[in-house]
Every structure is written in C-alpha cells, then in structure tokens.
Design a protein around this ligand. Structure first.
Ligand code: CP
Ligand code: NVA
Length: 301
C-alpha cells in the first residue's frame, strides 16, 4: 500500500496489522507513553470542506508521534487562485512526507495521488471515507472481539461512509445489509468490487427487515457536505430511515449503534439512541486518533 484512497487499497492482512498497531498505540497513550517514531516528519493536511474529528485526530496523531502537521485550507492555497492540483501535489511532495486531503470530488484525490511522490490519505471524498471505517473496525473489534459472522446493518443514505463500510465489511468478513430508499443506494462500482472480494452484501428498502438480528446498526447524516441543495427532498425521502428505539428493539440485545458523527438527533438517529446504552459513537470518534496513528506509521514511518 502506498496511498489510502479507497478502503479497498488495504488487504485483510494490512487491516488486521493496522488494528493491532492501533490497539498498542492506544494502550501506550493511556499509560502516558508517547513515541517519536515520526520525528522530523511532516504531514500536509488539505481541506476543501469542514472537519472536526478528522482534522484534530490527524493533528494530534502527528504531534503524539513526534512529527508535525500543516493545516491547509483550499481557499488559502494558490489553488483558490487557479494553480493546478497537479502542481500543488508535486510541490507539496518536495516539502512533506505525507498528504491527507478532504475533497469535494473523488477525482481530486485521485489527481493528488497521481502527482504526489509521498503517500496520500483520503480524509473523505464524495465517494469514500476510508479512515472512518478503519477506526470503526477498531471499535467493533473492541466490543465484539471477532468480525466473523457479525451482521452489520447500514440504515439511511448509501453515501461515502457507507461505500467504505461495504468494502471494509467485505475485507474483514462481516455480512452487510444496507436499508435505503430507492435512489439512495451505495455506489454500484463499490458494491461490485466488494462482491469480487467475497463480500456478502444485500441492499433492501425496509429498515425493519434489515435490522433483524443486527450486531451493528450504523447510520450517517441524511444531508452530506455538498448535498445541501437537496436538503428538503432528502429530509422527506429519508424520514422513515431513522435509528430509533423501535428499530433497536429488532436487533440483537447486545447490538452496538454506530454513527461517524457529526450527528443530527431527531433526523437519522433519535436522541434516546444516540445517548442511550447501545451507542458507541464517542468511542468511534476517539478511535480515529489511534487508528490513524497506526496508518501514519505504516505509510510514513
Ligand atoms: N467523522 C468525521 O469524519 O468527522 P469530521 O467531519 O468532523 O472530520
Ligand atoms: N457523509 C458525511 C460524513 C461526514 C463525516 C459527509 O460527507 O458529509
């Protein structure tokens, strides 16, 4: 692996190795022991859209590992005045040891990777969010120990996070069911790739049918960054796809409820579930730090 653009850039072996590294790093941090394994290494972080978790977890990861990060908003770079993505990637590669980028269009991250001579990490595009799924697998491992035989149910919009989850489930061997309204299905090419990887993936419309015996119930916002123009239509089309107590009662009694955050209580998730006993959402957010540290070490160490 040179870049992490799609979750499918990782093999099962690499995922297992990264999760083990992340567990070790998490345990070390809890004991107050930090390392300097990325001393004198720099990460450029290019953001074309907002972020709380991804930005802060990458910045703290680099600091904890003895390196440094440089936050760069697209609008402050010369990119905003017409410099090309290609020139930006070539030049940044002369300064830093890795580039993480959050972009509107997936083609932008592909273009950065094409022209970069240092590892490139997709920090979210309109098609995938692989860093989120890597850390979610760490959270699932902590709660369920083993991925084998687990039923992972996605409820709502078949978006970028859903696409990476489909690949993640296929790679680690979890059965996945997506429940979404017609027109909100995940990317067909991703579903095809997941099936080629041996993934057991079903896409249906009924969230109650999907939630039966679920080990994991997962949702994300109904209106992703970039979809704001369709706000009204989306809120209406997705209104029956909320994770609430009725849906949780259909799943296994030890189901964990996951959300990548930011969350909108009362839309895709009911407040009583988000803040209830099955919710592991804050563990997910924390694990971004530990999983991405492992990733940075693997790519830049
Ligand atoms: N889950 C996630 O990527 O959050 P941010 O948008 O805050 O980075
Ligand atoms: N699907 C959401 C995820 C945010 C972390 C978005 O793209 O806005």
């Amino acid at each position: 692996m040179k870049h992490l653009i799609s979750f499918a850039d990782l093999t099962q072996h690499e995922v297992i190795e990264l999760l083990e590294m992340a567990e070790g790093l998490k345990e070390k941090r809890a004991r107050g022991k930090l390392t300097d394994l990325l001393k004198n290494r720099s990460l450029a972080m290019l953001f074309e859209k907002s972020s709380t978790r991804t930005r802060v977890s990458f910045e703290v990861s680099m600091a904890d590992l003895g390196g440094q990060s440089i936050f760069l908003s697209f609008k402050d770079l010369q990119l905003g005045r017409g410099e090309t993505i290609a020139d930006t990637a070539v030049v940044l590669s002369r300064y830093v040891h890795g580039i993480a980028a959050r972009v509107n269009k997936h083609s932008t991250i592909l273009e950065i990777a094409e022209h970069s001579s240092v590892p490139v990490i997709n920090a979210l595009s309109d098609v995938e969010h692989p860093c989120q799924i890597l850390s979610d697998l760490l959270t699932i491992k902590e709660y369920k120990s083993d991925f084998n035989g687990l039923k992972y149910v996605w409820v709502g919009d078949g978006n970028n996070v859903c696409n990476s989850a489909i690949l993640g489930c296929a790679i680690v061997g979890m059965k996945m069911v997506v429940a979404c309204p017609p027109g909100y299905e995940p990317d067909e090419r991703i579903v095809k790739s997941a099936k080629e990887l041996g993934g057991d993936i079903t896409i249906i419309n009924d969230p109650f049918e999907a939630a039966k015996d679920a080990d994991i119930l997962y949702t994300d916002v109904w209106v992703s960054m970039g979809d704001e123009d369709e706000m009204e239509k989306r809120l209406n089309d997705l209104k029956d796809y909320q994770i609430n107590s009725d849906l949780v009662s259909i799943a296994k009694s030890d189901v964990i409820v996951m959300h990548c955050m930011p969350a909108h209580r009362g839309q895709e998730i009911a407040a009583e579930v988000m803040d209830g006993p099955h919710s592991v959402v804050y563990d997910q957010a924390e694990n971004r730090l530990h999983a991405q540290k492992a990733l940075l070490l693997k790519l830049m160490g």
